[in-house]
Every structure is written in C-alpha cells, then in structure tokens.
Design a protein around this ligand. Structure first.
Ligand code: URA
Length: 430
C-alpha cells in the first residue's frame, strides 16, 4: 500500500519494518547498510524493543552475517557513542584478546610496544564469566585509576606512549545494551555479531591498527581452530574496510596461559615477565608474538627482535611503571603485591600424565576468590603433558575461602600422555 510504504520510508525503523527485517534475515536475505544503521538507532531510542532485537540476533546466529553486513553493523554500533581521535598524526596501535584464563598479554604487551616508540591506546573490560579482565587486574595495584576521562586517556597516550583504561559509558553504548541482551538470549555465538561487538569498540577508541589475539580451546570462547581462524579472518577483513590495519593470531587456551590466575596474582606474574625473571615460557611467547604483530603493523623493522630487546633491556618494565604512576599507582604498590598468607595445595590422586585442565572451573574459582580478597587466587604448578606421581603438588590456592579440592578435580590425570598441541595455531594478515 503506497501510504504505508511512504510512511515507513520517512519514519525510519519501526515495529512493522523491524518485523520484516527479522523475517528477511530468518529467510537468509542480507540486511542493507542503511537498515542496520536504522536498527541500531531505533534500538538505542527504544523504538525497537529487546524482543525484536533478540529475534534478529537469533536469526543472525543461524543465518550468519556477510562481510558487508558485519561492516555496516560495526559502523552503526561504533557511531552510537563517542569516537576518539588521537592528535598530531601519531600512528596508534591497539590489541584485543577474545578472553582467556591467566591472560596477562595486555599488561605486558602494551608497555613493551610503547617502549619501542609505538603509541598504544587500550580500552579494556572487566572479567566476563570464567575469563579475567585487565581492568580488575590493574585495580589490584593500590592507588591506580582505570576510570580515565577519554580526554585524559588520549593525552596520556600522547605524553607517555600508552594507557590502559576502562571502557567509558560513552564508547559504543549500543554494544553494552546488545551484548547484555545476547548474553541473556544465547545469541553470543555468531562470528558477525562478535566481530561487530569487538571491532566497534576498537574503531571508536581511535587506533589505526589492531592485533587480535583470538583464543582457541576449552577455556576460550571458541574451542575449534577453524571457527577461531574464521573469527580472526572476519576481524581482519572488516578492519580493512575501515581503512585500518590488522593482524590476528589464533593462540591456545586449552589450559591457563600463564601460571597465575586471579587479579593481583596475575599482576605479579606480568611483572615477572616484564623483568624477564619468569621460568614459564608460554605466556611470554604468546605476549612476544602479539607484541611483534603490533610492532609489525606500525612498520617497525624486525619486530620480533625489537620486542625481545624491549623486555631484555628493562625498557618494557620501566614503561609499565611509568604507566602505573601516570594512572595514580606507584612502583612501591607493585612491590607490595603479595600472595595471601593462607595456602592450600592441590595434589595428584595417582601417578600419570596431566591430560586436561578445566580452565573454566579454575577461572571461575580464581575470579570468585580474588574478587573477595587481595592476593587470593591460584598458582598452577603443572602443564598439560607433565608426568606426575601420586601426591605430587598440582597447584597452590591462596585465600581464606580457597579450596584446593576444586582445583584438584579440574585437573585430569591419565595413564597415557596426551598428544602435543601447538601454542600458536594460525595467523591472519590483511
Ligand atoms: N567479546 C566482545 O567484546 N564481544 C563479543 O560479542 C564477544 C566477546
């Protein structure tokens, strides 16, 4: 009916048009760029309600989003809030992790790259489910502020070369609403929706190039290498549509990345990596890989060697201390971080090989204990593939309520050794 069509075209998105968009998506047709813009605007204005948005998200989960649709949704979401600009033409880089356990990569890679002369601007999130949040970890440092105004954030990057701050309410408010809805409606698992969610926040934070650390394994958002690589490919491809550079690395998350799980306890481990006095090489290796990707994107020659020099010279640690000071903390506060005095040991019930580690259970437990008390958390003493005897220590748990039996049950010991696994599965470049 002509009258109806006319009113739809001039009134923007409304309930009837949204219903037709949902039906088209349900039947496998793509949604156009202007329509995605209208949908996001209408959802923010509450002209589209949660019921319709959830139905559309579910149709996206089943039908997928094309690269064009993902680009349009990313743009519409990024433009739902403040868009940062870094002044003076500096080429600024950023990194993103899809979420893991004992993932201290940001705490180390950000100052490491900044110490090589490449500015890094990173807005981070809090813990989600069993995965840790960089902001919660930084807040374990006495006095350190993570709630910088966006102006302070940009100026700190300009002045000292790096900042890690909490995502402000003003950045991509559409993602806050939509992510909460997806979490409640079982619609998180869609490569297009995840890409738009992650990338809209990165685009709005203003960097020119992004390294994506896509975690893959039983303790990650994606457990299958092909799915994780596809997410990496989509992130890189859509980033290119915005005229920015990206590289994605798919890294192992079948077990905690480092040894420590919690908040302050992970900052202690990050400082050990920064000072090169760690005995564990897994976390250091993934961090160097991600940092080298960031340096490569910024055009630094021989990026891996530059990243290693930044650690071995002490420059990365000095830059970390400078960033901590700039945000209200101190080196003294870093030295004051210590493990809780109450400790229990998780022991192996019999001899064999460590066959699997349930990172989800371990991540949830460490999150709960370390949120309640300073210095609480878990320190793993074994890796998948290690040989253990009956009674050997598998892990230490710290905190008044820390329960070693939970961690012992999360570590599976078998008679035969598990097959070896890679640490870096794939790399996707633009
Ligand atoms: N992380 C995000 O920021 N968004 C998603 O949709 C999934 C993981």
């Amino acid at each position: 009916m002509p009258f109806h069509r006319q009113s739809e075209a001039t009134d923007g998105m409304n309930e009837a048009r949204m219903r037709r968009a949902i039906e088209r998506k349900r039947d496998g047709e793509p949604i156009g760029e202007t329509e995605w813009e209208e949908i996001v605007l209408a959802y923010m204005d509450e002209r589209v309600d949660d019921a319709q948005m959830a139905a559309l998200a579910m149709a996206c989960v089943f039908r997928g989003l094309t690269t064009d649709e993902t680009t349009a949704l990313t743009k519409a979401m990024a433009e739902s809030g403040e868009m940062l600009r870094h002044p003076n033409g500096a080429f600024v880089v950023d990194k993103h992790s899809s979420g893991g356990v004992s993932d201290t990569v940001s705490l180390v890679a950000v100052p490491l790259v900044a110490a090589c002369g490449v500015p890094v601007a990173k807005l981070s999130g809090r813990a989600l489910g069993h995965t840790g949040g960089t902001i919660d970890k930084l807040e374990a440092i006495e006095g350190l502020r993570t709630t910088l105004s966006m102006d302070e954030f940009v100026r700190q990057v300009e002045r000292i070369g790096c900042a890690i701050a909490a995502q402000s309410e003003a950045i991509v408010p559409a993602d806050k609403r939509l992510y909460r809805l997806r979490d409640r409606t079982g619609t998180v698992r869609s490569t297009g929706l995840v890409t738009a969610s992650i990338l809209s926040k990165k685009i709005a934070a203003g960097a020119h190039a992004f390294a994506f650390d896509v975690k893959c394994g039983t303790a990650a958002f994606m457990s299958n290498v092909d799915e994780a690589t596809e997410l990496g490919r989509m992130l890189v491809e859509v980033t290119a549509r915005f005229g920015r550079k990206a590289k994605a690395v798919v890294t192992d998350m079948h077990e905690p990345l480092g040894r420590s799980i919690g908040t302050g306890i992970e900052v202690i481990e990050a400082c050990e990596i920064l000072r090169e006095d760690t005995v564990d090489k897994r976390s250091r290796e993934v961090t160097l890989h991600v940092a080298a990707a960031m340096l490569e994107l910024a055009g630094v020659p021989e990026p891996r060697a530059a990243a290693e020099r930044s650690l071995s010279s002490g420059a990365a640690y000095e830059k970390f201390v400078e960033m901590v000071r700039a945000q209200g903390g101190s080196e003294r506060a870093l030295h004051d971080l210590e493990l809780h005095t109450r400790r229990e040991v998780a022991r192996s019930p019999h001899g064999g090989y460590v066959a699997a580690i349930d990172g989800r259970t371990i991540g949830h437990a460490a999150r709960e204990w370390s949120a309640a008390e300073r210095g609480a958390g878990i320190q793993m003493l074994v890796r998948i593939g290690d040989r253990v005897e009956a009674g050997d220590a598998l892990a230490e748990v710290y905190g008044t309520h820390a329960d070693a039996s939970i961690v012992a049950r999360a570590i599976k010991i078998d008679e035969t050794p598990p097959p070896p696994r890679a640490l870096i599965y794939a790399t996707v470049s633009s």
